[in-house]
Design a protein around this ligand. Sequence first.
Ligand code: ARG
Ligand code: ZN
Length: 854
Amino acid sequence: LVKFRQDYQPPAFSISCVKLCFELEPNTTTVTSVMQMTRQHADVPLILDGQHLTLLSIALNGDPLLADAYQVDAHCLTVFSLPDQFELTIVTQLSPQSNTALEGLYLAGDTYCTQCEAEGFRRISYFLDRPDVLAEYYVTIIAPAQRYPFLLSNGNKLSEHVDSAGNRVVQWHDPFPKPSYLFALVAGDFAKLSDQYITQSGREVSLELFVEKGAANKGDFALQALKRAMNWDEQRFNLEYDLDVYMVVAVDFFNMGAMENKGLNVFNSKYVLADPSSATDRDYFNIESIIGHEYFHNWTGNRVTCRDWFQLSLKEGLTVFRDQEFSADMASATLCRIDAVKLIRTAQFAEDASPMSHPIRPEQVIEMNNFYTVTVYDKGAEVIRMLQTCLGKTDFARGLALYLQRHDGQAATCDDFLQAMQDVTGQNLTQFGLWYSQSGTPELTVSQHYDASSATLRLNLVQITPATADQSEKQPLLIPVKIELLFPNATVQQHLLLLTDAEQQFVFDNVTQQPVVVWLEHFSAPVKLINNVDDDSLLFIARHATDGVARWDAMQQFWSRKVAHCLSASQSDAVLPDAVLQLMRHWLTQPGDDLALTAELLTLPDFDTLAEQYQQIPVNQLIDILRQFKQQISVKLAQPLRQCYDVLPFQPYSYNQQASAVRRLRAVCLSYLVFSSVDATNVLTSQYQHADNMTDVIAVLTASQQLDSDIFQNLVNDFADRWQHDALVMDKCFALVASNPHPQVFAAIETMQQHPLFSWNNPNRVRALLSAFSQRNPAQFHRADGKGYQLLANSIIKLDAINAQVAARLVTPLLSWRRFEPKRQQLMRSALQQIAKIKGISNDVYEKVSRSLN
Ligand code: ARG
Ligand code: ZN
């Protein structure tokens, strides 16, 4: 079952060209594949991957094969004694209609759609379904013309006609050789938005966006974002698009966010469709970033792809880094970074501490779909960012250019990438390479000693990476530590320290005044910082650091420290110092130019961020203390909160930095006001009624969850009523209902599962309800009686039979079971054991559950 990175073998055959013909039928789609193949190794049979397929016929150079010349089982088709070069024709049949896994070719509603990454193509036809087999594709699609106005595949359209039987027949050709995971087919009836982009070298590219009929007005933002992304990649990395057409299709049934298939991106409609009344600022942000992400894959992923799936971070880490840089240029750079840091500190650190811990380049895998993780993607992006920090922006860009030029049209490895970076800069990256092979969260302990008499500042750094579930021995990493020195005379110095040893000292001479040190500015490395600086210094940094991220981070550290202190003392001790209240008052009364940053400065760390600081997570205490802090802030700062709220203007909605910053700050004020304001209910209902946009509406609903009253229920009912026909908005409703921290959440979730728009077959619906519950409702998910764990386990069991990939993603919160006190451990473990007992459990769920029980 397990595959190891070390076992990589080059393919025994290559496929130069494949011609595919699809005759689409809900239950009996026929796929004819004609492959031109060449032997690469003597004396081995051809083993093609294939699953859930019925083999109808197989022919070698046009002649049907005799029954003893091949062999079929549930996973492959083996063909014996083949010549060195040949044409293989294989006809198979499959049922898109019964494909609820949404992997391979599936029919959802009236739309045929494919998802092949990582190993879905083998559900379409027998093939060498591995990323290092690159072929040129010709595709013919045949379907009833009336019902299927659009038959799409990769590359350029060669021809289209309607035959005498009333079938539409469309032919496509993709001139760029590609692995099977980048193949795509979509057939359906859509509203089509068209536009054009002229590349920097003057080539015309037609842009086509396909969305569900009636939703054309919701596609424009995505289309404009695509043009911004195309332009950005030219400006920043000198990378241009290469085909005549770029198509994006939005579909309602999709396992993930989106997929970068060559020339034909398929998107979850959640990341395409937007208008002010139904989409939040966050939705707009995500759309732009994911449109960018998939577009950037055209170079980092498609033109240069991965040799094997262990190298996934080669394309994903790099492409996430690229989309983050794009977003930072389009939206607030500070907020982008803060969001990225939050994700690393919560989900990624939790993954490192879990039984599924793995390096960004995993060593062993059972089900590849389980490794599309926050470690491979987001820690992978942090590793690329550190490389850019170490090499400098210019050399990094030169290295990337060399990598792309050297490996264009090839399947490469992470080592190839580092080699190109090394060749361009002449720097030895051997130690840096450990970030690819070593898992876990490094802990960086820092201290500073200032000696006035000699005017020296000594900085001590110690790094330790604790053992992880997958790896006990750890080595010192190359850690780029950015610092800021804030001097009393308001001057600032910035430095980059390159930590290479387990313990190292950096000495600065001629330092005539004692500075406050800002450590790990801009989160320059994905590590846990252990720092015993005092509260006053933290508040000083929060006020005076030049880097907005550092200011926010100082507040986060301050609050984490306060929470920890309350935990170790007694809870009655939760009295907030005046200094922090003063500072918050200052921000509320003079919010400055960057309102979005101000909003973040005023926000307490969330449960997950705090939880990551503890070996054993004190669930109830954390929830209580957080609530106490919020209540105190809301009472002590009632007036400035209300004033700040009242002066923020309600303006007609537009998605831009300034306007979304206003809404963000308003939401933060509201989240405190609900605790103290005598007329909280009025404030909430008034904003709810007057808002012309979804962002301000969701802010009300979220804030009202904190009140022990019927107001949340009333508002949600009204909301559900108003949006009962819009599935994407109902997802927001499902998520709100499931994240309600009150005990009635269980009944409410059951009710929502009866909603006409809820369906276990749709991943968005399931995630909206169950991920919101297990990841945004610690109070009820971690209920002491285990009811929350049971709900999740039962849902996973039910879903595993329908869509294993999505079911496996739901397992994640249970993986941390060792992090809780014995009673909860026991309850979580028995939930996992119950899942382990499912008959015919999928590999996806099995891999995660078995790793956590062993
Ligand atoms: N490559 C896609 C993207 O990051 C995601 C594919 C996810 N595939 C999966 N099997 N989970 O843009
Ligand atoms: Zn990606």
